[in-house]
Design a protein around this ligand. Structure first.
Ligand code: GP9
Ligand code: MN
Length: 623
């Protein structure tokens, strides 16, 4: 008989505790549901999304209570605030990268500091609703009289046991809904939809720790497995006309910030968006089905793909996570044949951990912000504007020993695409996306900067004996601007196929004195290393990697994107569906299956090479 009043008393004491759980749970659910674009269809998926945050909230609260049994009101405020901070960080990160925060991202503190300019632009007043529960709880705690109560150990234990059972149920339901979800982790959105962003963070952290262990565990027998796979693939049948066509010339590799192919040959208010690039493309080898293959590491991932012919990582930026690895990189190989490899970029040298990674990659010199005159006048958005960047770079390039391999990284066309009034050369575009409206003018500005740069290079006498490779590093307009993008492209709505095609970025290979053409081979950034080496007349391509010479007579028509989607000349595989390019209505998974396996293998082996630091076992071997 004593038991019943006890339970009642207990319930009264803990009413606030469970009210807190309910509030934190609901805010987390609503944030997942309405701030992230998670693919939810049907009541069962909805139910899983709804229950997914509860286990992590109970675990957070249970663990806090272990230390704060008598100060339980502080424990609930701590959980409320920290969940709010995590949600807010995820919301901002999602708006920027279309993805969720992982441990490597959290560790990338210098980046987070640097993107504040964009974060301010991304922040909306309604975001602060993630702290609404905190405000309510503070008021309730202050008003409540039961603060002195101590939470019993058994109660905490029950809470944790309930959390673990719920988590197991959650994992099982998610795996049943999409078999292989956790073993393959092919789609981060789906994992987050299934277990919530908090559990995902823990899941990713455990995975990262496992990866670290892999480096230690990897051995030369892993190299043999990767080599066997690479040997089974096709060997490039090099085009003798192209081989050595740029032998001995300087190489200019120009990274075009956030430039997507859809702007080329397009007009705003009757004016070309990229007049210079349009003209250059016609006078060069222009690849119109060239895809970016970047992940979280954005610009740095594009650099990594080009210099190593490896895929970037599925999570985090390889420039940060594996800068201590051994890589048989393009600059190293070029250096062996007398080239002088350098990088020029008007940003802080620690951004993307470039100072460390460039050393690993074998660059001789990195001209960064400290080597440029940067002031209020010549800066906008992320820093030094492209026109003064190129202007100041010419003198540095002239002073270099030749032949050189110079990578120049532009910056102005970066989200949120801010530009001074006097630099806006296009009439304004008016769609329901500020981002897209601004984008066109920063692209136009970058185009102008390139025009001036080419002129200055000619004046400096560096043009004729050089080869110029210009590439878009990654998308600039995220998927969520689909409506505005559809307006620009004159479509009613963008389809999955359209979104995949928007991942195309321009690649222009300009060889002065050589007539070019448009090449429609399906390809990606991973293919540039062998292409450059062959153009320079070097037939050996050192290191383990997956690229193929873009001019090869037998180049496979395929580009694998970092999210596991891929494109061939006939099919597009995205969102786990296989679309026929000629007839989008046709979706037939069997058509893509062999390529899907191939794509998965490439990504898996590439990850294996990086995680296991397998290149350290090679000594200047040819692939
Ligand atoms: C910063 C520049 C832009 O140095 O490379 O970085 P992003 O955000 O595009 O990777
Ligand atoms: Mn970039």
């Amino acid at each position: 008989m004593k038991y019943i009043p006890d339970v009642r008393g207990c319930a009264r004491r803990h009413a606030l505790l469970y009210l807190a759980v309910l509030m934190i749970w609901l805010k987390t659910y609503f944030t997942h549901r309405y701030y992230f674009e998670l693919p939810v269809s049907g009541w069962y998926q909805e139910l899983i999304l709804f229950i997914s945050p509860l286990s992590s909230i109970l675990i957070m609260l249970g663990l806090s209570l272990v230390f704060l049994r008598s100060r339980w009101h502080i424990a609930i405020i701590i959980v409320s605030v920290s969940s709010g901070i995590l949600l807010l960080a995820n919301v901002l990160y999602y708006r920027f990268f279309n993805d969720f925060i992982t441990l490597p991202v959290l560790l990338r503190s210098t980046q987070i500091g640097q993107v504040w300019g964009s974060i301010a632009d991304l922040l909306r007043p309604s975001d602060f609703l993630v702290f609404a529960d905190t405000a309510a709880l503070i008021i309730l705690v202050k008003g409540g009289g039961s603060r002195r109560a101590v939470i019993r150990r058994l109660h905490i234990l029950c809470m944790l046991a309930a959390a673990v059972s719920l988590l197991l149920f959650n994992l099982d339901a998610a795996e049943k809904l999409r078999p292989g979800l956790f073993s393959r982790t092919f789609d981060r959105q789906l994992v987050v939809r299934s277990i919530g962003a908090f559990n995902y963070l823990v899941y990713d952290t455990v995975n990262s720790a496992r990866m670290k262990a892999r480096t230690v565990a990897a051995g030369s027998k892993d190299v043999a497995v990767v080599k066997a796979y690479l040997a089974s693939g096709r060997r490039d049948r090099v085009d003798p006309v192209m081989f050595g066509l740029a032998k001995g010339r300087n190489v200019f590799l120009i990274s075009l910030e956030s430039l997507q192919s859809f702007v080329l040959d397009k007009k705003i208010g009757g004016e070309e968006i990229t007049p210079f690039l349009n003209g250059l493309a016609k006078d060069s080898f222009y690849f119109d089905r060239f895809y970016h293959q970047t992940g979280h590491g954005k610009t740095s991932d594009a650099e990594f793909l080009i210099d190593t012919m490896l895929y970037p990582l599925p999570s985090g930026a390889v420039f940060f996570t594996h800068a201590q690895n051994t890589f048989h990189s393009l600059p190293k190989q070029l250096k062996e044949t007398g080239y002088y490899p350098v990088v020029l970029h008007g940003n802080n040298r620690t951004f993307w951990n470039r100072d460390q990674m460039y050393e690993t990659m074998g660059y001789e010199r990195f001209y960064s912000a400290e080597d440029y005159n940067i002031d209020e006048e010549n800066s906008v958005g992320w820093g030094l504007k492209d026109i003064p960047f190129f202007e100041q770079s010419v003198g540095k390039l002239r002073a270099l020993p030749q032949p050189f391999y110079a990578k120049l990284i532009t910056l102005t066309n970066h989200h949120p695409f801010t530009l001074k009034k006097e630099d806006r050369l296009l009439p304004p575009f008016d769609a329901n996306s500020k981002t897209l409206n601004h984008y066109f003018n920063t692209v136009r500005y970058m185009d102008e900067a390139l025009k001036d740069f080419f002129k200055a290079i000619k004046t400096a006498g560096l043009y004729d004996n050089s080869v110029f490779i210009l590439y878009g590093d990654h998308y600039g307009i995220a998927r969520k601007h689909g409506k505005a993008m559809a307006k620009f492209l004159g479509k009613e709505k963008l389809t999955a196929l359209d979104h995949e095609q928007l991942q195309r970025v321009p690649l222009i290979i300009h060889i002065p004195g050589v007539k070019g053409r448009t090449i429609s081979t399906v390809s990606g950034q991973i293919d540039l290393k062998p292409t450059i080496l062959h153009l320079l007349g070097q037939d050996s391509v050192q290191g383990l990697g997956f690229g193929h010479d873009l001019f090869a007579l037998n180049k496979q028509q395929m580009a694998v994107l970092r999210d596991g989607s891929f494109v061939t000349d006939r099919y597009v595989f995205t969102g786990n569906k296989c679309y026929s390019i000629s007839d989008e209505a046709k979706t037939d998974p069997a058509r893509c299956e062999p390529m899907r396996e191939e794509a998965q293998k490439q990504l898996k082996f590439s990850d294996k090479i990086i995680y296991g630091d397998l290149s350290r076992f090679l000594k200047h071997e040819k692939s």
